[in-house]
Design a protein around this ligand. Structure first.
Ligand code: ZN
Length: 479
């Protein structure tokens, strides 16, 4: 199956051809760990998690690398403001980031390198750039990339000279030879973190050099796909390309770095740019108090990754209802019953095909709904209802639905857990509910319908909804 992706550098949807037939390297820019992530940060996490799942289905070996930026002036400022150690701030933030990723059902990448663990590689890369005549060191310890030394600078981001300069910060630092030059290394003074280096006693890297060094460390100087948010195209990704292409001598230089570039679109919130003053700024942690992580994940996947996404709590409520419908169709079987399936059947392929078309997640989600609809119509007409074959057929369809949804990281919970999860502190426990359902059954059996109705109404008032199914079975869920 061909995988088509929209490549930012070619500005076209193209057929993906890996460097090596059965091996794919994927690098995505990760978080700067000074605060909890917001729903806008969650978008690339979820989108490129789906990409990594798809790549693993299509290729035998996939290496997914996502970095952690744990050196940054925002981190230093935040630690100072809170009166805590920088390391304490970054460690707690990384731990919380991982909790958020898990709640969003994002699988961990194969490598999650930290900037603080990649300093020697960054220094070596900067030294190569100086040797090749693409960077210069100043007496005060700054090292800058010499933009005019590389003719191709600006091509990737499609920025001409004027735009390059206006993008490079308002006030141009006096130490720059050219206003477009950018920082590779800077001196650290006082209690600002720093490392020994060839240019000053104590210094720290610029942000862009991090990703060039980390991607090369795990994927080599020439790899397959580099991903990130659209806001990173310029200057971050343009600068990564300049550094990585120029660091390699003409003999081993591939002029490539990453062969394909994928960028997710902007996220708005409640119709506006997300901002704390507008009250539409949501961290993932805040949203998780109100909605399961799977709901947030579905909201992020219902819009194609390249389109702008207008996030809202109404969309979360809609997605919750959709997941209720999908999980409802899987009910009657445990998660492990539903797992016995290899994703080689047509139902699974429909979703894979949608995703192989530049990650068409909206179409993949509609395939899930079509599968659920088929299941809810009941056993296939070719078997007499109630026969063993009819039930097997239905179970197979449910397995196809679960296997298909796995590609999107959805519907992997036990269906009963989905409906019964909630806030047990605010309502009766599972055992208490079961006792009430039993009492209602007995009331009905002794024709005390008033009592049976009373039990149902009481439970409803406590946020528990009963649904009577054929065969005297009562299912329940929390509202
Ligand atoms: Zn990066």
């Amino acid at each position: 199956m061909d995988l088509k992706i929209y490549d930012t550098s070619r500005r076209a949807k193209v057929i993906f051809e890996p460097r090596e037939a059965d091996k794919v390297g994927l690098y995505a820019c990760g978080p700067t760990v000074y605060d909890r992530i917001h729903i806008g940060n969650a978008r690339p996490l979820v989108v490129f998690d789906v990409l990594s799942r798809l790549l693993r289905t299509l290729y035998p070996t996939v290496t997914y690398v996502r970095n952690i930026t744990d050196i940054d002036d925002k981190i230093n400022a935040r630690a100072k403001e809170r009166g805590i150690d920088i390391r304490e701030l970054t460690e707690t933030t990384v731990a919380r980031f991982r909790e958020d990723c898990e709640a969003l059902n994002c699988l961990p990448p194969d490598h999650e390198p930290r900037a603080t663990e990649t300093i020697p590689e960054m220094i070596a890369l900067i030294e190569r750039l100086i040797d090749q005549g693409h960077a210069y060191a100043l007496d005060d310890g700054h090292v800058l990339f010499d933009v005019p030394s590389w003719d191709d600078y600006g091509k990737f981001a499609n920025k001409d000279r004027d735009e390059q300069i206006s993008g490079a910060r308002v006030e141009v630092a006096s130490y720059k030879r050219d206003p477009a030059d950018f920082v590779l290394w800077k001196p650290s003074d006082g209690d600002t973190p720093g490392w020994p280096n060839p240019w000053c006693d104590k210094g720290r890297p610029g942000w862009h050099i991090e990703c060039s060094a980390m991607s090369e460390k795990f994927l080599g100087p020439d790899f397959d796909i580099h991903a990130g948010g659209i806001d990173l195209v310029f200057p971050h990704h343009q600068n990564e390309i300049a550094q990585s292409c120029c660091a390699h001598a003409p003999t081993d230089r591939q002029d490539r770095f990453a062969r394909y570039w994928m960028h997710n679109g902007y996220l708005m919130s409640e119709g506006e740019k997300m901002s704390k003053s507008l009250g539409n700024f949501y961290t993932v942690a805040e949203l998780l108090e109100e909605f399961p992580g799977e709901v947030l994940r579905l909201v992020l996947l219902k819009t194609h990754y390249r389109s702008p996404l207008d996030f809202s709590k109404d969309k979360c409520r809609e997605a919750k209802a959709e997941l209720d419908t999908l999980y409802q169709s899987l009910r009657g079987h445990s998660a492990s019953d539903l797992d016995q399936f290899e994703l080689i059947v047509e139902g699974g392929l429909a979703v894979t095909k949608a995703l192989a078309d530049d990650l068409n997640t909206p179409s993949a989600v509609s395939h899930l709904h079509a599968l659920a609809k088929g299941i809810n119509r009941g056993p296939s007409q070719i078997y007499p209802v109630g026969s063993v074959s009819a039930n097997t057929d239905l179970l197979e369809q449910k397995r196809i639905l679960k296997a298909s949804a796995k590609m999107l990281g959805l519907l992997q919970k036990d269906p009963e857990d989905w409906f019964k999860a909630g806030a047990p502190t605010n309502g009766p426990t599972e055992a208490e509910i079961e006792i009430q359902i039993e009492a209602r059954k007995e009331a009905k059996a002794s024709k005390d319908f008033a009592k049976a109705d009373q039990i149902r109404d009481d439970l409803q008032a406590q946020g528990v909804i009963l649904e009577d199914k054929p065969g005297g079975i009562t299912e329940w869920r929390r509202a």
